[in-house]
Design a binder for this molecule. Structure first.
Ligand SMILES: Cc1ncc(COP(=O)(O)O)c(C=O)c1O
Length: 380
């Protein structure tokens, strides 16, 4: 089955009881048992729910994975992956990651004895150098949030295998339309389904996908034991949203390429980052391992912080909002919003300036988006 057929049909089948074309919402906490010790495969929704199972199987299939384990947020999904580790273990993490991931690792999990090295995973030799006898996991985002750095999955997979490390990839920005990390021997793929997968800013959710039964069993145990599970109605909304993932992503990308080219040549823009422009330092790797470059752009304006703020406050069609991957074009200021809890000194030494602007390109008519950015830049 081709991907654009799979995204509609992989695990979504008409309901066998009624023929309902839309998956039923099993909005229940519990299930009546037939007798002591005998149920119909479900006992309590924290452990399993039919709507959630279809959603998990469907998203797993899109990433060419065997097992999908869903969580109530992307952060809960990440936290559960880290629950595979124990006190004393060491993790190598991309130095540019979503601010919430950095906060979880650097400000919470360190209290439980897990140690982190934040390394630019675009450079495999730096990753290799950072490995110690306690290293158990490599956590990479590709493209990263917000600097859109690209990790060479083949290169890092080899290092992970050689050193017996779990290689986990946050693929939220790529989506399975453009990148399927399991095909590069990655162990765990994680998505914040809040973003492109559901696509309409309608819910918060996360999923981890793997082909490794041992890891799937442990994650399933964490899922039911910790209980950070998505509600049945959120699973149902995910199933509705994901059916258009393929068409949405192609339009996000088509728009993003035109907008990146427009902004790159604008006299008020000083730096522009988009993995689909040959000027991106990892353009060749991105082109090789992704079938498209997605819809995220980062830029800095001449005039630094005040210019960036003026631009963000002047857009009219685009929305100034946290999050990304929705049908609407959204802009944000990472330093005060998504990465507000990342210490300033860390941000600045890792290239995340106070003037940085991040754009999540929507699927509106591209001329309308460009005209909006034009009028906002005129005010800068
Ligand atoms: C790349 C990335 N990973 C993970 C997350 C966390 O996901 P959630 O907000 O669904 O908890 C985000 C949120 O913005 C993100 O951008």
């Amino acid at each position: 089955m081709k991907f654009d057929t799979k995204v509609i049909h992989a695990a979504i089948k008409p309901d066998t009881d009624t023929g309902s074309i839309v998956t039923p919402i099993h909005q229940t906490a519990t299930y009546v048992m037939e007798k002591v010790g005998q149920d119909k495969g479900y006992d309590y929704t924290r452990s399993a729910n039919p709507t959630r199972e279809i959603m998990e199987d469907h998203l797993a299939a899109l990433d060419n994975g065997k097992y999908g384990i869903a969580f109530s947020s992307g952060m809960a999904a990440i936290d559960s992956c880290l629950k595979l580790l124990k006190s004393g273990d060491h993790v190598i993490c991309s130095d540019d990651v979503y601010g919430g991931t950095y906060r979880l690792f650097d400000q919470l999990l360190v209290n439980y004895g897990i140690r982190f090295s934040f390394i630019d995973t675009s450079f495999p030799d730096q990753v290799e150098k950072a490995i110690t006898s306690d290293t158990r996991m490599i956590w990479a985002e590709t493209p990263t949030n917000p600097l859109l750095k690209i990790t060479d999955l083949n290169a890092i997979s080899l290092i992970a295998k050689k050193n017996n490390l779990i290689f986990a990839v946050d693929s939220t920005f790529s989506t399975p339309v453009f990148l399927r990390p399991l095909e590069f021997d990655v162990d765990l793929v994680m998505h914040s389904t809040t973003k492109y997968i559901t696509g309409h800013s309608q819910l918060i959710g996360g999923i981890v996908i793997t082909n490794r039964k041992d890891l799937a069993n442990k994650l399933r145990f964490a899922q039911k034991t910790i209980g950070a599970v998505p509600s049945p109605i959120d699973c149902w909304l995910t199933l509705l949203g994901v059916k258009t993932l393929d068409v949405r992503m192609k339009k996000h990308e088509e728009n993003a390429i035109k907008i990146a080219e427009f902004l790159d040549s604008h006299p008020k823009v000083s730096t522009l980052t988009y993995p689909g422009l040959p000027s991106h330092p990892m353009y060749d790797v991105a082109k090789e391992q992704m079938s498209g470059f997605s819809g995220m752009i980062s830029l800095e304006l001449k005039g630094g912080i005040p210019a960036g703020e003026k631009f963000l406050n002047s857009v009219k069609l685009a929305l100034l909002a946290e999050s990304l991957g929705s049908v609407e074009t959204m802009v944000l200021h990472p330093a005060s919003m998504t990465h507000g809890d990342v210490p300033k000194e860390y941000r600045l030494t890792h290239g995340l300036s106070d003037g940085l602007v991040r754009i999540s390109v929507g699927i509106e008519n591209v001329d309308d988006i460009i005209n909006d950015f034009k009028q906002a830049l005129d005010k800068v």
